[in-house]
Design a protein around this ligand. Structure first.
Ligand code: SF4
Length: 328
């Protein structure tokens, strides 16, 4: 059995889990190539205009996988990945949108992941998929436990300062050179599938590192501390990623070694329009920059803004400008 997993959306959080699960059940897992201009163009041509950039890019990856002679394409219907919190509603419609808009689509494995109340339905769906691959219930449950362990191992790698995309490469057995320590420290936030996808984000993390900055990401912060910080907000953010981002902003804002915070938002993203705004308001006393990208954004424009931001951070260090507000 050849099962395709697109290199987009929750790939950056759960690829080790699904790869391990399907491999343990004897399937060959195929992924699309890393995002490039062609992926963005192919996805934009297929998706509805109202879709956000990461969803368009996901379509581009699905399009690539359609030509790979697959038995199945894995496109889960994600509703919630933890109790009392939800994922952006765009994830719920992914299998239906793909069926309606992508010609030549392989058969979909579209299990529903809704852990908002219990994992009962997920377990039922996993058993169904495992049986389809010819395995017994006990072997399927064992494969899923192993998959959860592998995913935790990947998150543990990311906690050492790697982005999730880098952690996945290391988890997959690649050796990566550790990034050089810079003279500035920048907290970088946003949805992981836009931030860690080098093609979609136009190499944002690498560019910041090239400018002599150490990048602090959400995964390198203590997960419990993030939850505690997020709980100090007057109203609970019910989006899983949005809540973690807000906990991360509050935490980074308190840490003296972080010189400034950058938030990457995607055009067409409803949650970003709110979380980006709140992140800016919760960043007090540190410079904050909101970068918004879409399928037409160019690298030169982004580089200019990053250079200007880093120059300003260095000038604030050299000259005592601490008496001026971070907003000029
Ligand atoms: S949170 Fe924003 S970027 Fe993510 S899928 Fe939803 S609309 Fe798109």
């Amino acid at each position: 059995m050849r099962i395709g997993i697109p290199y987009g959306l929750f790939y950056f959080y759960y690829y080790p889990l699904w790869k391990t699960f399907f491999s343990d059940l004897g399937a060959e897992v195929i992924t699309s190539s890393p995002t490039c201009r062609l992926t963005v163009d192919a996805g934009s041509a297929l998706a509805v205009d109202e879709a956000c950039l990461p969803v368009k890019v996901y379509y581009g990856h699905v399009r690539e996988l359609c030509s790979q002679d697959l038995d199945y394409l894995f496109a889960p219907r994600l509703v919630s990945v933890e109790p009392r919190s939800y994922i952006c509603p765009k994830f719920m419609g992914i299998p239906d949108m793909l069926r309606a808009q992508v010609p030549g689509l392989p058969q979909l494995i579209d299990i529903t992941v809704d852990l908002s109340r219990s994992d009962r339905y997920l377990q039922q769906d996993l058993i169904k998929v495992g049986r389809m691959l010819g395995y017994k219930k006990s072997a399927i449950q064992e494969a899923f436990q192993h998959a959860l362990e592998e995913n935790r191992r990947c998150i543990q790698i990311a906690s050492q300062g790697w982005s999730m995309a880098e952690a996945i490469k290391i988890w997959d057995g690649n050796l990566l050179e550790p990034p050089e320590a810079g003279d500035l420290s920048i907290g970088l936030l946003g949805h992981g599938y836009s931030l860690y996808d080098e093609g979609l984000s136009m190499g944002l993390i690498s560019k910041i590192r090239q400018l002599g900055c150490k990048v602090h990401l959400l995964e390198s912060l203590d997960a419990e501390r993030i939850e505690m910080e997020a709980a100090t907000m007057p109203k609970r953010v019910f989006w899983t990623l949005g809540r973690k981002i807000m906990g991360g902003v509050i935490n980074m804002n308190k840490r003296e070694e972080i010189d400034g915070i950058i938030y990457l938002a995607c055009f067409g993203c409803g949650p970003d329009s709110m979380i980006g705004e709140m992140a800016e308001r919760y960043t007090t006393g540190k410079p904050f920059m909101l970068l918004t990208i879409d399928e037409h954004s160019g690298e030169a424009g982004m580089m200019t803004r990053l250079e200007a931001f880093c120059d300003m951070l260095r000038r604030r260090r050299r000259v005592d400008e601490s008496q001026f507000p971070a907003y000029g």
